[in-house]
Design a binder for this molecule. Structure first.
Ligand SMILES: [Zn+2]
Ligand SMILES: [Zn+2]
Length: 324
């Protein structure tokens, strides 16, 4: 099947079998129109939910057995759970596969229409075709690097931090907090990653799995646990301690560090890594209460309000000084 080209034959076969059996189940219950599209949607939504279950199976016991901190009264986590399922079931299949695949086909069409080779890493290094796992790891690292810069820039510009601060407002950080983000930030993140993915030619089938990899490492990194990855682990992956430093009260906004998503290499390489820190408290003192403990809708509205406030302040800061 073309939609899963460039994958290892066994992976291709397994996915093809799963999608085909989903499609025949849909036929059995009378869903015949667009059954292939629905089957692919169910496949990726299922992968997203499975990743969430795996993260939950790992993070729930480590947060219970080796917690970093505890709170006398737990904030409601309904909004965080809403974020997690909304992203996995709706946003992830829609954007990470269907939108990406559609754009991939359009771009390939334009290039091939002009007798040009579409941009891709495989075109640059043809040997990678025989090494699908290696090419996946390279795509993962490049997209992770690009996400480091997206995150770092979101702390640089006031309006952008306004929406990103929905993520930082969490004062009881647990593995559920990974998904807490503003819809506008989700849109920017996906557009950013899609643009880089298209530029380096990530195959449509691999792109969603890179995103799932980010979410898996991200869930662990937000855990409320004192478990350490050790010196080597900390210098490869984003660990709970490393990411908690990014969420420290004193690190909200422009003064932050540790911007990485999955790999800590980029913070080390670009001089923003801070390892020796024992942050426990997280949050953003500038966040209004609705952004901290409000419902999903209240958090989103508070994000827009803060974005507008910080954008106005940014314009004033950059306005030329009046001469007396
Ligand atoms: Zn941040
Ligand atoms: Zn975070």
């Amino acid at each position: 099947m073309s939609w899963i080209s460039y994958a290892a034959p066994t992976v291709t076969h397994t996915i093809d079998c799963v999608v085909s059996s989903l499609q025949s189940s849909l036929h059995n219950i009378g869903v015949t129109q667009h059954s292939h599209v629905v089957a692919i949607w169910l496949f990726f939504a299922g992968c997203g939910v499975l990743q969430l279950c795996l993260s939950s199976l790992i993070c729930t016991p480590i947060e219970r057995i080796w917690p970093l901190t505890s709170w006398p009264q737990r904030n409601p986590i309904a909004a965080d759970v809403t974020y997690a399922f909304f992203v996995r079931i709706v946003l992830f299949p829609l954007v990470a596969f269907f939108e990406y695949d559609w754009l991939r086909q359009q771009l390939d069409g334009v290039f091939l229409g002009h007798s040009l080779t579409p941009p891709s890493l495989v075109a640059l290094v043809p040997a990678l075709v025989s090494w699908p796992l290696l090419s996946f790891c390279i795509y993962f690292a490049i997209l992770d690097c690009s996400d480091y810069w997206r995150h770092r820039l979101s702390h640089r510009y006031g309006w952008w931090y306004g929406v990103h601060s929905v993520h930082h407002a969490e004062d009881q950080m647990t593995f559920w907090s990974d998904e807490r983000s503003h819809v506008l930030e989700d849109a920017i993140t996906y557009l950013w990653l899609i643009a880089v993915g298209l530029l380096i030619g990530v195959p449509s089938f691999q792109f969603p799995f890179v995103i799932l990899g980010f979410r898996f490492v991200g869930s662990l990194a937000h855990s409320n646990t004192r478990i350490s990855y050790g010196w080597l682990g900390d210098h490869i992956f984003i660990s709970p301690r490393f990411h908690r430093t990014h969420h420290a009260l004193k690190a909200a906004g422009r003064r932050s560090c540790n911007f990485g998503t999955a790999l800590s290499w980029w913070d080390i390489l670009f001089g923003t890594a801070k390892f020796q820190d024992n942050t426990v408290e997280t949050g953003d003192a500038g966040a209004e209460p609705a952004m901290v403990t409000g419902s999903w809708a209240a958090q989103q509205a508070a994000g827009f309000r803060r974005m507008a406030r910080l954008a106005r302040r940014g314009r004033k800061a950059h306005a030329p000084r009046a001469t007396s």
